[in-house]
Design a protein. Structure first.
Length: 192
């Protein structure tokens, strides 16, 4: 009786497709990579500071849309995340409104406050650049010095968060995801 069971198990194993393990690996990699993007975006959005009022936090969608996932396939078992680590222009934070200063001696809008959503930018203004885009600008120093685009620094937070979270998820979640994907592939294949 046990020999028949053993022979049946060997037949089942021989009949399995050679793509079961690579497909399960690809599915597990894609799930862990998408979880990395989700958790990394939330962490960066929560910790990012914006300009002089140092208000913490950004909308998560602004951070999440800066990362792209190239999914793994059974013939290419590598999931890669491409992240735009450039600084975020302040104009992307929402609709802008200006609160003018009525102080004596304030000329050319000096002392005015530009609010974009819940964020405050002192001595900033909106201007259309030569390339046709509208940006939030601010003088770098005294009046004779040039102006510069106001940006939210994201390079360091994105690098640190995504590196730490990806390492943690590969160690903790990858074995669980891989075993679940293998069980699912076996279930699908043995049903046929």
């Amino acid at each position: 009786m046990s020999m028949k069971g053993l022979e049946r198990a060997i037949q089942n194993l021989n009949s399995l497709s050679r793509l079961i393990v690579p497909e399960a690996t690809a599915k597990a990699l894609n799930r862990v990579a998408s979880r990395t993007i989700s958790q990394g975006s939330k962490a960066v959005a929560k910790e990012a500071t914006v300009d002089d009022n140092r208000k913490k936090g950004l909308p998560v969608r602004l951070v999440r849309q800066r990362s792209r996932l190239r999914k793994a396939r059974h013939d290419r078992p590598v999931a890669s995340i491409k992240i735009n680590r450039g600084n975020l222009p302040a104009i992307k934070l929402g609709t802008a409104r200006v609160r003018l200063s009525r102080k004596k001696g304030a000329r050319n809008g000096a002392g005015s406050v530009l609010k974009i959503g819940p964020y405050t930018f002192r001595n900033a203004f909106i201007q259309q650049l030569a390339n046709g885009r509208w940006q939030v600008m601010r003088r770098v120093g005294q009046a004779r010095y040039p102006i510069d685009v106001v940006k939210v620094p994201l390079e360091t937070p994105l690098t640190v968060a995504f590196t730490a979270i990806s390492k943690r998820l590969i160690e903790s979640d990858m074995p669980k995801e891989l075993s679940a994907a293998l069980k699912n592939q076996l279930r699908i294949h043995l049903k046929r």
